[in-house]
Design a protein around this ligand. Structure first.
Ligand code: AMP
Length: 555
């Protein structure tokens, strides 16, 4: 059994090196010799988990608990806070203080924990609930921490915070396993997608060997990483890419992967989080209808207003998941509907290598009275457009187009599924600067810096940069006008007085550290120049934030 300290040491080394191959080699030497269970749990810990990737972390050790713990450990509060502010990581701060203190007070005896012992202690925190639980947790952690070396304390602090920072991603660990056990990377990746947890994959490699991994099957109640859709610009692009294809309503709800075995039903989201307890009505629906003993289904759970027979806004639906203490209330208040669209497994048989059309037929045969997503099969532009409008008018996001002969490819975003979304409401932004273009556009200011206005201070905040959308002639005219407004020139950039307003289309509003206001538009393009508007008409930062909240519903 390996010591926890050895794991901390190897991660320290891995953190120092940026080169991928070096990280892989350090880690694989370490992981190679672990026993199956030890290996599984080590992978979990390295990823900052204390269970399967999809299991919720229930240790609930808040920053406040850590501060209380550090106090008990006689860590000087001011010193800790100052270092934390400087380094940006409480675990690094703690490590440095412990290293310093260690020189002062050499301890004679220290218990050395194994990886599994530490794992079990952390796991035991999950069971502590209710009154006085913070004190109990602090006591447990205290007896652990007093025996730890600085780098071990750092590692555990990072695990408790769920913020690992050693530079080890799931992808890097997949490579490491491939390297350590001489298994092709594709086989590891496929097993990871199908089992939904890399720790389990590693355990099986050790326990059952390569052949088992190579022929890995879906296991009931281990969620599969879902197949994802790539974005398409417009209907024409989809027809050109897929030809005759299936088009389904794209509902704005929660992706639900539903596993059923006999009377047991569990539901997982797109991120593989379990949400079974939030949907007793869906569980009942499945049990009452699905005509199969063992099955893995996929569909979308949508909040539903039965009066208007339309979907409820997504924010309503998430209350069921987020507001745990009021769950019962929201289960009553927010009715839902399920639309199924795929089947991955049926009575011992994995169906993911069957075509979309075959899977849909099987789904049809076992669904009972449950709805499937409305679907058409078409390559006719007008027909697809009508269907798209029907979906959007109902309050949905648009359509998902699916290649008729495509397999189900877990965890992949590819061109076999294409999503057609209604576009976001355009924003009026002001030009605050522009870069000289390249090539054909060398003489034009064509890369535009665009900003929103802060309602409170009147200050302009840049939220995107784009050279897309206008014709050369429009850029020519715009360049003339911009040069009249020039404030200063910095290299290729000309900064201008904020006067000229453009209407901008975009795909998404994102949080972004790149811009001072913290938000950015994704894939922005200019729709038209609004000569009729002034900088006073520009959309506000407050409006942008509102739109961000409205749009940002993917859990
Ligand atoms: P996006 O979140 O924009 O990447 O779109 C993919 C998501 O659309 C999926 O994860 C599902 O939750 C959702 N969705 C809604 N309707 C469908 C459908 N008919 N087929 C597949 N996914 C759908």
């Amino acid at each position: 059994m390996k010591k926890f300290k050895e794991l901390a040491e190897v991660l320290e080394k891995v953190e120092k090196f940026t080169e991928r191959s070096v990280k892989v080699s350090f880690l694989s030497i370490f992981l190679k010799d672990l026993e199956p269970e030890e290996l599984e749990k080590t992978i979990w810990l390295i990823l900052g988990n204390i269970g399967r990737e999809w299991e919720e972390n229930k240790m609930n050790v808040s920053f406040g608990t850590l501060v209380q713990l550090f106090k008990k450990l006689n860590i000087n509060r001011k010193e800790f806070i100052d270092l934390y502010k400087k380094l940006g990581d409480p675990a690094d701060a703690l490590k440095i203080i412990l290293e310093k203190n260690k020189q002062k007070q050499q301890r004679l005896f220290k218990k050395e924990y194994t990886i599994l012992e530490v794992f079990n202690i952390l796991k035991s925190l999950e069971k502590i609930e209710g009154e006085g639980s913070r004190d109990k947790k602090v006591n447990i952690l205290y007896s652990l921490y007093i025996n730890l070396s600085p780098i071990e304390a750092k590692l555990i602090t990072r695990i408790l915070q769920g913020d690992m920072r050693y530079g080890v991603s799931e992808g890097l660990l997949e490579e490491t396993l491939s390297h350590a056990f001489s298994i092709p990377l594709e086989d590891i990746q496929r097993a990871h997608m199908l089992l939904g947890d890399l720790g389990l994959v590693a355990k099986y490699i050790k326990e059952k060997g390569y052949e088992y991994i190579k022929n890995i099957k879906i296991e009931l109640f281990n969620p599969v990483k879902p197949m994802l859709a790539e974005k398409a610009e417009n209907i024409r692009e989809v027809i050109d890419t897929l030809g005759l294809a299936a088009y389904e309503f794209k509902f704005d709800g929660i992706r639900a992967q539903i596993h059923k075995k006999g009377n047991v039903v569990r539901i997982f989201t797109r991120r593989l989080k379990e949400v079974t307890n939030s949907f007793p009505d869906i569980i009942k629906l499945i049990l009452d209808n699905i005509n199969a003993d063992e099955v893995v289904l996929e569909g979308e759970i949508v909040g539903w207003d039965y009066k208007s027979n339309k979907p409820l806004p997504f924010q309503e639906l998430v209350k069921r998941i987020k507001r745990k203490h009021e769950r019962e209330k929201y289960i009553k208040e927010i009715p839902v509907r399920l639309f199924l669209f795929d089947i991955l497994y049926l009575n011992g048989e994995m169906l993911i290598d069957k075509t979309f059309i075959e899977r849909r037929k099987i789904l049809e045969s076992i669904k009972g009275n449950i709805d499937l997503t409305p679907m058409i099969i078409s390559n006719n532009y007008e027909e697809i457009e009508r269907f798209f409008n029907e979906s959007v008018n109902m309050g949905n996001e648009g359509l998902v187009a699916k290649e008729l002969n495509s397999k189900y490819i877990p965890g992949k975003r590819g061109k076999r599924w294409l999503k057609l979304k209604k576009t976001m409401e355009p924003l009026d932004l002001v030009i605050i600067g522009a870069e000289w273009g390249h090539g054909r556009r060398k003489k034009f200011l064509s890369d535009l810096y665009l900003a929103v206005r802060d309602e409170k201070t009147g200050k302009f905040y840049m939220v995107t940069k784009t050279f897309k959308g206008l014709s050369d002639k429009e850029y020519e005219e715009l360049t003339k006008e911009l040069l009249k407004l020039k404030i200063k020139e910095e290299g290729r950039i000309v900064w201008v007085k904020p006067k000229i307003v453009v209407e901008v289309l975009y795909d998404e509003i994102q949080k972004s550290p790149k811009y001072e206001c913290g938000y950015a538009l994704r894939f922005a393009r200019v729709n038209r120049i609004r000569w009729d508007k002034s900088e006073k008409d520009v959309d506000t930062l407050q409006r942008l934030i509102e739109l961000y909240k409205k749009q940002n519903k993917n859990l």
